[in-house]
Design a protein around this ligand. Sequence first.
Ligand code: HEC
Length: 149
Amino acid sequence: MARTTFAVAVVLGALGLAASAGAQDPIKARQAEFKEFGKRMGAIKDTVIDRKGGTMADVAANAEYLAAKIPQIPAWFPEGSDKGETRALPDIWLNFADFEAKAKNAASLAQALVVAAKSGEQMATAQAFGKLGQEGCGGCHQPYRRPQN
Ligand code: HEC
């Protein structure tokens, strides 16, 4: 009986540890945030490029979400969080000021997309979307994210 209780306690202890490690893992947390970025960009693309529906108000709301979240990116990269299942390159911490500048630039491009979407101008909105994707997201991924194998 005592043995069973001990075994249960060990299993519960291991689960508790795993759960708290998951909650504090900055890699998993930021990857979840970035996945949401991908979803929002996909929804914007559906509306402004592929014309699959959705309104300019939806585009503005998604761009507003991105503009508010992007400035937080540097805080998701504590030093040493390039160890593990991550595509973050060590260069991030060698050039952290530049990494921050890339986040700032992406945030202002997201803000420009908000303005364009609110104007209702299709062309300007499509252009602002392309610029955010290429220069904003891509401009940081290119130097700081490991290419997918
Ligand atoms: C300042 C730098 C920076 C900016 C700006 C940035 N990203 Fe990233 N992104 C990264 C890094 C670094 C990773 C790798 C994170 C990891 O694997 O730990 C990443 C990972 C991702 C991933 C993969 C997440 C996963 O499933 O592992 C997606 C999707 C993504 N970013 C989308 C975006 C989109 C969309 C934007 C623009 C709206 C954007 N990112 C802007 C640096 C950036």
